[in-house]
Structures are given as C-alpha cells and as structure tokens.
Design a protein around this ligand. Structure first.
Ligand code: FES
Length: 110
C-alpha cells in the first residue's frame, strides 16, 4: 500500500468516502494512495477489480466519475469535489450493452 507523507489539498469522494488527493494525481492514484483497491466488480462472478496497468491499457480501473460510467480512473486527472462511485456489472459501449465486459481471460469466452 502506498503511504503519502502529505495528503494533498484536493478532495474527491469515492462511494461517499472523502479521499484526499494532490494536484496532478489521477483518480486511480488518489484512490490507491487512500487504500482503495477496488473500483468495480466483474459482470461474471462479481470479482473485484481495480487499477492495474495505470496507463489506460487494461480497463480494470473503470468507475463512475461525476455520473459518467466506465471512466478509466487511471487516465482521469483529479479535480476537487469529484464524485466517484464503484460500478458493478458489464460496461456498455455507446449506451448499448457491449461485449461481456470482461478482460480476465479465464472468465471470458463462449
Ligand atoms: S489501470 Fe489499466 S486502464 Fe486504468
């Protein structure tokens, strides 16, 4: 777990919990620094997922940010007052149900 010497002057909320952040943080880095490791649960099996690659490649860090679902929190700069919520189930593409929402290999497939 990351430990910060200084918490920062910004605050976002995650599932109603205040999370301190610093200017220049991504939402994911602020969450990880606050000990939050799970941002979503998979559609199949409800397996916990959270930030992994921290560079926009794995999509494990998806969460709802200011009411917008399926936001890659590792690629989203933090702003003071952001409201972030974990999400469950399949992500959608363009508002329609898309794919199976899985990237876990073992759970995906026919
Ligand atoms: S942590 Fe991999 S896309 Fe965000």
């Amino acid at each position: 777990m990351l430990v910060r010497a200084e918490p920062g002057s910004l605050t976002l909320t995650f599932d109603g919990r205040p999370i301190p952040a610093r200017e220049g943080d991504s939402v994911a880095s602020a969450l990880l620094a606050a000990g939050v490791q799970v941002t979503r649960h998979t559609p199949r099996g409800g397996v916990a997922r959270g930030p992994y690659c921290m560079m926009g490649a794995c999509f494990e860090c998806l969460a709802e940010v200011d009411g917008v679902p399926n936001v890659q929190t590792c690629m989203t700069p933090v702003r003071d007052g952001m409201v972030v919520a974990s999400q469950d189930g399949a992500r959608t593409l363009g508002g329609a149900a898309g794919g199976d929402g899985e990237r876990d290999g073992a759970a995906a497939g026919p």
